[in-house]
Design a binder for this molecule. Structure first.
Ligand code: GLN
Length: 187
């Protein structure tokens, strides 16, 4: 099993470290030729969604990755990665991969609460969560979307079939549960 981690910008190394701890092979996606090989899943890391979206287009990666996900490749987006996956963005005109039936709000916690940690349920287990200028899901757009975590009445983790998205960063803490959940989606 091999997972491609989008490595244009942001916290991609941290995801690779988490996967390594789980004994999963990963590689970095920086350009078209990186995805000529076979792989089983994709991680879209946190960072700046506007920058990643622009680079995905400029490098000709946007449509290829979009097609792979639409064809069923499991994908996990964290924070900016969630924004890349969302069909609608509340406070931004840009749309990126636009595959998941969610509306998100960027930088949704304002400046004061720019970064914070929480411990809440993900599916049925308690997990550690780190939020950094995070979005949250402001609207669910179809009944295919399953809500996996709610923190302070805001939806912060969702799944729609082969797509998993969290507003927080599990890769910046030591808790492997969410990566383990994603790896199970690949089997
Ligand atoms: N604020 C960033 C954005 O809008 C996301 C922050 C993050 O990924 N930690 O893309």
């Amino acid at each position: 099993m091999k997972i491609g981690v989008l490595a244009l910008q942001g916290a991609f190394l941290e995801h690779r470290k988490m996967l390594k701890k789980l004994g999963i092979d990963s590689f970095e996606i920086r350009q078209n030729r990186d995805i000529l090989c076979d792989f089983d899943g994709l991680i879209l890391p946190g960072g700046e969604s506007s920058v990643m979206g622009k680079l995905l287009n400029e490098l000709g990666l946007m449509q290829i990755l979009k097609q792979k996900i639409a064809d069923g490749m499991p994908v996990f987006g964290t924070c900016a990665g969630m924004i890349l996956l969302a069909k609608e963005i509340d406070n931004d005109r840009a749309r990126h991969l636009a595959l998941m039936d969610i509306q998100v709000k960027r930088n949704a916690y304002g400046r004061q609460l720019g970064s914070f940690d929480a411990k809440e349920k993900f599916a049925d287990k308690m997990v550690d969560m780190r939020f950094i200028r995070a979005p949250y899901v402001s609207k669910i757009l179809s009944n295919e979307v399953e809500i996996l975590s709610v923190v302070d009445e805001k939806i912060v983790a969702v799944r729609q079939k082969n797509m998993l998205a969290t507003a927080f960063h599990p890769e910046l803490l030591d808790d492997l549960q969410i990566h383990r959940y994603f790896v199970k989606m690949l089997k």
